[in-house]
Design a protein. Structure first.
Length: 629
């Protein structure tokens, strides 16, 4: 370890200042290495910035290779207030007529009469305020298009709290509820429209159904056998582990899909269970089949367990695992092949069903759609009202949209050409080197900024990769397309796209009227000019968008090999390898300078020791001869 003399020594020498001056003369090789590294990093940044633009244009070229960029369609409606439309690229040009005889609707249940909560606190009225008393209703079963679940009802629950409890389970049932204090009524609605949309409210207590919810027990639209709203039967609980929200997977470790079969009244119903299937999904599947129409309902009870309700006490539900393997899907569900027991279960219900839209298309027989937004023949229609007469929808080529796609493509191409050209023709100011630490400390921020602007200029001057890219771009956009059928368009000038002078590096200009004329008269031929592709490894048989995609892909790869990307490690690209080598040299230089500095301090320490020794000897000699020190 070197013993340093910091500051002034006993002999009055400013050691630190002398060492710094000696070291400064030795600093030059290290400064040059740092400057070289800085130039490489700036050059790397320039390449990456340019490569980002190349990547953006490559992605745009990919889109322009696709026929969908040239098949944009537009629609017009004879009565947009009744029916609007949006055409996909697959839509066939023409005029179509539609008449919506009935709109699709959600399933809705509304209190028949005011429930009388206004004078009892409105939304804050409790079930006890509404005249319910213990034991009161313990459960309320909600069934919708998504599935079924049961919630706990307490006498202290408010009307708004009851609605909130129902809405918290809407992800399982597809049913939402609201109590409106102004109208003093409950409103229930399905989240979907169409005949499969249903709102089904069940409870054992008819007084709760009538007095609190204001609903009258009515016919179940999916089980016409049930009358008067009173449902009797048996319910049993499976041995499945309880699940709070129905999202628990039945068996997350299944190695293959399993088939559960439920048989009822001679009919068989199969349900596929995968490792991702949860209880709620199974309930939804069961309740959306003919099994549910026969009156069988699957639901979660208030304890989070899977339950089945059988409306016919004399009929049995049987369960089978139809997959022959080592998995036991019945065991996972806590079921036996023929469940026994179960509790007699009587409840009252009120239910409503949604309806499908009824649509006549081009005079054909009326069709049903579950939503008021539906797609026919590549056109998506949105029905806004029922009609007494047909509405006409016209589908045609959207020339303006395709023109704008091509114009944007050409504009981005020209912008990329300008960016590359500006970099390879930028002047290199070799007299402006990156600043050393000492030079930087002597400048203001503005001075540093101005200096570095000059120092960064021209770092990609005459780069061979970029020069080659510009030449290849120009060649690709001026060469005719080979192998196209006779009579097809083969050069861009035929559709009003021409190149500028060679000095302008081959930018393109568009004659708008000529391009739009071409898009109107022969859109397929224009599309082929950009999207054509053959097995030729050269550009000759490719369309112009395909050519540019291939060119930018190649250039992007070459620049990435040279300058890497943000995620690259230094060892994976050329400039990074150079930086790694310089870093090693900088480490060596720093070590050399540290050793040299230690040696200087050691020498000054030795000199100080020698001076001290001489002073001591002089003092001793003077004392012997009677002198003074």
């Amino acid at each position: 370890m070197v013993t340093r003399i910091n500051g002034f020594s006993n002999s009055g020498i400013d050691v630190d200042s002398l060492v710094q001056k000696l070291m400064k003369a030795q600093q030059a090789p290290l400064d040059k290495l740092k400057q070289k590294k800085q130039v490489l990093e700036w050059q790397q940044d320039d390449f990456r910035t340019l490569n980002s633009k190349i990547l953006d244009f490559k992605n745009l070229s990919f889109n322009m290779k696709l026929q969908s960029s040239y098949l944009t369609k537009k629609t017009s409606s004879s009565n947009d207030t009744l029916l609007s439309a949006a055409a996909t690229p697959s839509a066939i040009n023409g005029t179509y007529t539609l008449q919506v005889n009935r709109l699709a609707s959600a399933a809705q249940l509304t209190s028949d009469n005011k429930i009388g909560a206004t004078s009892k606190g409105g939304a804050n009225a409790t079930l006890a305020d509404m005249g319910m008393s213990p034991p009161g209703p313990a459960e309320l079963t909600i069934t919708g298009s998504k599935g079924s679940t049961t919630i706990q009802v307490n006498m202290t629950d408010t009307l708004s709290g009851l609605a909130s409890a129902i809405n918290l389970k809407a992800n399982l049932t597809g049913v939402t509820a609201n109590y409106d204090a102004t109208l003093d009524r409950f409103f229930f609605a399905s989240s979907t429209t169409g005949e499969k949309a249903v709102v089904d409210i069940k409870t054992k207590d008819i007084a709760f159904l009538q007095n609190v919810l204001g609903l009258s027990p009515g016919l179940d639209p999916t089980a016409d056998k049930i009358t008067g709203g009173l449902v009797t039967g048996k319910a049993f609980t499976s041995g499945t582990p309880p699940t709070a929200d129905g999202l628990t997977k039945i068996n997350g470790s299944l190695s293959a899909p399993q088939v559960l079969r439920i048989e009822y009244k001679g009919e068989q119903y199969n349900f596929t269970i995968k490792d991702t299937t949860n209880i709620s999904t199974l309930i939804n599947g069961i309740n959306s089949t003919g099994l549910n129409k026969a009156g069988v309902t699957a639901y979660l009870d208030v304890n989070g367990k899977l339950n089945f309700f059988n409306p016919d006490k004399d009929e049995k539900l049987t369960f089978s695992d139809m997959t022959v393997d080592s998995e036991d899907i019945l065991g996972s569900l806590g079921l036996t092949s023929t469940p026994t027991g179960g509790d007699d279960y009587d409840y009252y219900k009120s239910a409503a069903q949604g309806q499908d839209a009824l649509v006549e298309y081009n005079g054909l027989q009326e069709e049903k759609f579950s939503s008021n937004t539906f797609t026919i023949n590549g056109v998506t229609y949105t029905a806004k009202s029922e009609m007494t007469a047909p509405v006409s929808i016209s589908v045609s080529q959207d020339v303006d949209a395709v023109y704008n796609n091509i114009k944007n493509f050409i504009d981005k191409y020209n912008d990329l050409i300008s960016s590359i050209d500006s970099k390879i023709n930028e002047t290199r100011n070799r007299s402006y080197l990156p600043l050393t630490d000492d030079e930087r400390s002597a400048m203001t921020d503005d001075q540093i900024k101005l200096w570095e602007t000059q120092a960064k200029s021209g770092l990609l001057h005459n780069d061979t990769v970029l020069n080659s890219a510009l030449s290849n771009f120009r060649l690709s956009m001026t060469s005719a397309i080979n192998n196209l059928p006779a009579g097809d368009l083969k050069v861009l000038s035929e559709i009003g796209i021409t190149t500028t002078s060679y000095l302008d590096r081959g930018k393109l200009t568009i004659n708008e009227s000529k391009l739009k004329e071409a898009l109107t008269n022969y859109p397929d031929k224009v599309m082929n000019m950009f999207t054509a592709s053959d097995n030729d490894t050269s550009d000759n048989g490719h369309g112009f968008a395909v050519r540019l995609y291939d060119q930018t892909s190649r250039i992007f790869s070459l620049i990435t090999d040279k300058a890497g990307t943000q995620e690259s490690t230094l060892s994976n690209y050329d400039i990074g390898k150079q930086i790694t080598d310089i870093n090693k040299q900088i480490t060596t230089q720093n070590s050399r300078l540290q050793d040299l500095e230690d040696r200087y301090y050691k020498q000054f320490s030795a000199m100080e020791s020698a001076i001290s020794k001489l002073q001591s000897q002089g003092s001793s000699l003077l004392s012997k001869i009677g002198g003074t020190s």
